[in-house]
Each structure stands twice: as C-alpha cells, then as structure tokens.
Design a protein around this ligand. Structure first.
Ligand SMILES: NC(=O)c1ccc[n+]([C@@H]2O[C@H](COP(=O)([O-])OP(=O)(O)OC[C@H]3O[C@@H](n4cnc5c(N)ncnc54)[C@H](OP(=O)(O)O)[C@@H]3O)[C@@H](O)[C@H]2O)c1
Length: 250
C-alpha cells in the first residue's frame, strides 16, 4: 500500500470486464472511485456495490462534451485508469473497414488522450497523480488481421512514453498495464456479438487471464510508494507465448 491515504480514482469503461474488476480492486485498496461508461446502469450498480463513496457518471470517451461533463467538479484526482477500449474486426489491412478502424482509434487512442488532457490539472492538484493506461500485448506485437487494433495499442504505448517524458518533474506517474488474452466481452464485441466466433478465441486455452488478474496488477501499480513508477507491465496467461502463439488442448 501507499504511504498516505488513497484519494479519488477514475476508471473509464467500468461497466464490464477489466474496468469493473479494477473498480472493485481500487475500492478495496481504499480509493474513492468515480466510474464511467456509456452504459450507466451497470456502473451505478457497481458504484453501490463497491461503496467507499464511489459514484457513477455517464461517459463516452469519444465525445468531447461527454468528457467535459464527466470531469466537471473533479478537483483532485489521484489515479486515472484509461481502460475504455477494445477491438473491432479481424480483417487484413487490405480489406480493412474505415468505420472499424475509426472506432478503434477514437476509443483506444483519442479517448485516452481526451481523458488525460481533461484530468491532468486534477491529477497534478492531488500532489500524487497517476495515469494508468490499459494497453495490450497488441501494443508490442502485431498479428495478421489485427492492424487496426495493434496500431491503436502501439499508439497507446507511444503516448504513455511521451507523457512520461513531458511530465517529468511534476507529481504525476505514468504507467501502462498491457494484458495478453483476458476472458471478457472483448471478443464478442470484436466480432459484433458473434458468440460462436468469440468462443473460438478461447477454445482449448486452459486458463485465459481473468479481468480480476489484470485488476490486481493495476491496483498493485497504483499502490506502489509515490516515488516508484512502474513503466510497463506486460501480463499474459501461461498458455500464451505471443499474441498469436497460444497453446490449445484438443
Ligand atoms: N480482453 C482482452 O483480451 C484484452 C487484452 C488486452 C487489452 N485489453 C484492453 O482492456 C480494456 C478493457 O477491455 P475488456 O477486455 O474489459 O473488454 P470489454 O468487456 O468489452 O469492456 C470494454 C469497456 O470499455 C467501455 N467502452 C467502450 N467504448 C467506450 C466509450 N466510447 N466510452 C466509454 N467507455 C467505453 C465499455 O463500456 P460501455 O460499452 O458501457 O461504454 C466497457 O466497459 C480495453 O482497453 C482493451 O483493449 C483487453
């Protein structure tokens, strides 16, 4: 745990998966969570569940007006977890769909930048701010059909490193937690709700990571003493040696 009582933690994309699990983990670590996503109902239920003064607000990170409304009144924020994101499609670059690429870049990249800009004054005002970006193995590796997503997550990695340079000397840590295969709604969303296709992603994989595995890592990163900056934490399941090299049992 840190050396001082925990303050406010903002989690984007807290309605499901890694974001929801992160809210639980950060609340358990003593943070007062401010949770956002487009689907407000699950975020409201989660805020009530985790307690500790947690609140829920609607948030679409692709909409500047929504971001401005979300951050209104947040004056001192200790942790910002930029988690909202995901993938769309698995087409080769040559057959890529502009709308899918635009969605991936809007949410994973511009959404993260927008949230960071909007909360930087509050992070700095806390005296011990921390930006934790949820990247991916797709930010360090590529695979066929993943061009839109891997390029967006490579951008997340580049932006994280740039921010660390630009903020040096100021009281804001900058970290990236980069998961490998995590079993969430990620694949169903990637394939537009095609559950059978999503299921094939995890077929025969003994134990994909869970959202809780990653949430635990994010909470650990957030609770190091304030002089300790975890730059990049890449976490895979045992069965995954690379984004595209996964051990499957028949
Ligand atoms: N699962 C994996 O294998 C894996 C691996 C590496 C990295 N990641 C990354 O982990 C993060 C979380 O993914 P997940 O696995 O938890 O997937 P998920 O279950 O699909 O959750 C995605 C979350 O992002 C939110 N979101 C999507 N668009 C948004 C928007 N415009 N504004 C605000 N929130 C938005 C969704 O909430 P609403 O729909 O309610 O807005 C949801 O809460 C993503 O950045 C993803 O790229 C996942």
């Amino acid at each position: 745990m840190g050396e001082r009582p925990a303050g406010v933690a903002v989690v984007t994309g807290a309605s499901a998966g890694i974001g929801a699990a992160t809210a639980r983990a950060l609340a358990a670590a003593g943070f007062r969570c401010v949770l956002g996503a487009r689907r407000l109902d699950p975020v409201q239920r989660l805020a009530a569940e985790v307690g500790g003064g947690a609140t829920a607000r609607p948030l679409d990170v692709t909409d500047p007006a929504s971001v401005a409304e979300f951050v209104r009144g947040l004056e001192a924020v200790q942790v910002l977890v930029n988690n909202a994101g995901g993938a769309r499609g698995l087409d080769p670059v040559a057959a890529g769909d502009d709308e899918q690429w635009r969605w991936m870049w809007e949410v994973n990249v511009l959404g993260l930048v927008r949230m960071t800009r909007a909360l930087l004054p509050a992070l700095e005002a806390s005296g011990r701010g921390h930006i934790i970006n949820v990247g991916s193995v797709a930010g360090v590796e590529v695979y066929e059909g993943g061009g839109g997503y891997t390029s967006a997550k490579h951008a997340v990695r580049a932006i994280t490193q740039t921010l660390r340079l630009e903020l040096v000397g100021r009281p804001v840590r900058v970290s990236e937690v980069a998961p490998g295969m995590v079993r969430t709604d990620f694949s169903a969303n990637r394939f537009d709700g095609d559950a059978a296709r999503a299921e094939r992603v995890y077929a025969g994989v003994e134990r994909p990571l869970t959202a809780e595995d990653i949430a635990e890592c994010i909470a650990w990163v957030a609770t190091r003493p304030p002089h300790v900056n975890i730059d990049h934490l890449l976490v895979r399941p045992l069965a995954q040696a690379a984004a595209h090299r996964v051990h499957r049992t028949p």
